[in-house]
Design a protein. Structure first.
Length: 333
């Protein structure tokens, strides 16, 4: 599942800049490019510098242009390009990976303002073995990921995406990269909710378009006389869980791994209630995937990614990344 945060910029490295002007910073030896913003006074200027790291010198060229960076309704975007195979970078195909930098720990900004997370690390592990691609990461709103895939502005979405029939019609799904367990979260003193039927008449905050929301909407169609009260929100997951803890809502449907992470990090007083197999099937597949824009190029990208996912699963890399972020092995078996 995925939650939609406010738009945020990816630091590769982090640059704090004024809006409405575009800055391009290209690292010639690491193939990392960051697009952000600068001020009109800087427009049109360019300069070079050298960064000394140990015995090596990394030459960096910065080019600043006064062009508005308007993209999918956002006034700012930042992309970080990387290709660990420098010799092949010049002829590599460029692809853009979009994420919303939420929910944690699948995709988020760490204390150093670096984009990290399970999905991000898995993507980097995959493309470290695919020298035919230059990869960029872009953060945007959750719904804009799908719009960008539709328009072929993004080639891959990495946001703990679940399976559903509507998405399968529009996008390629990678092999699964994560296996979820669905649970209900309730305030610590609430012991009245255990199944989907117990949710009738209760309230919850939901993000539009995610698997849990879709399941509840379908459930309400079957129980129009006493539906679940859905409060749609674009708030970060932490805010919704804090509202739940404080009694502003009655429950939340969520992944077990994610909920336990938030409870541990933020000392939330919430119950974790496993769903039965029958109720879990209402939500759908327990796996999460990368989404890939359809088309001839997308089909080749899908095949390349799937081959690497198979290898990363076999050599234990997916399990190691899962242990890093969840203190448990949630790699698909």
């Amino acid at each position: 599942m995925a939650y939609a945060p406010s738009p945020r910029l990816i630091p590769f490295p982090l640059i704090h800049l004024a809006p409405h002007w575009q800055l391009m910073r290209s690292f010639t030896d690491s193939s990392i490019t960051t697009c952000g913003h600068t001020t009109p006074q800087q427009a049109g200027s360019s300069f070079s510098l050298s960064l000394h790291t140990g015995l090596s010198i990394m030459k960096t060229r910065l080019t600043i242009s006064a062009l508005p960076a308007l993209f999918l309704g956002l006034s700012t975007i930042v992309t970080g390009y990387f290709n660990p195979h420098d010799a092949q970078a010049a002829t590599a195909k460029s692809i853009t990976i979009a994420t919303s930098a939420d929910p944690r720990p699948f995709t988020y900004f760490d204390k150093d303002n670096q984009l990290v997370g399970y999905d991000i690390d898995v993507a980097k592990a995959i493309f470290s073995h695919l020298p035919q691609y230059n990869v960029s990461f872009v953060t945007t709103e959750f719904t804009s990921i799908l719009a960008g895939l539709d328009a072929d502005r993004f080639q891959l979405g990495a946001n703990n995406f679940a399976d559903n029939p509507e998405r399968k019609e529009k996008y390629f799904f990678s092999q699964p990269i994560f296996e979820n367990q669905f649970v209900i979260a309730t305030p610590e003193k609430n012991n009245s909710i255990h199944t989907f039927n117990d949710l009738l008449g209760k309230s919850t905050e939901v993000n539009p378009g995610i698997n849990f929301t879709t399941a509840l909407e379908k459930f309400n169609q079957q129980h129009k006389d006493n539906p679940v009260k859905l409060h749609y929100t674009e708030a970060d997951l932490l805010v919704s869980l804090q509202n739940l803890e404080n009694g502003k809502t009655d429950f939340a449907l969520i992944d077990k791994s994610m909920l336990e992470q938030y409870i541990q990090e933020h000392k939330l007083k919430l119950n974790v209630i496993p769903l039965s197999q029958e109720d879990s099937q209402r939500i759908g597949s327990p796996y999460s995937y990368f989404l890939i824009a359809k088309g001839k190029a997308g089909e080749q990208l899908l095949n390349d990614i799937n081959a690497q996912i198979k290898q990363l699963s076999a050599d234990g890399t997916l399990s190691k990344i899962s242990e890093k972020y969840f203190n448990g092995d949630y790699a698909p078996k």
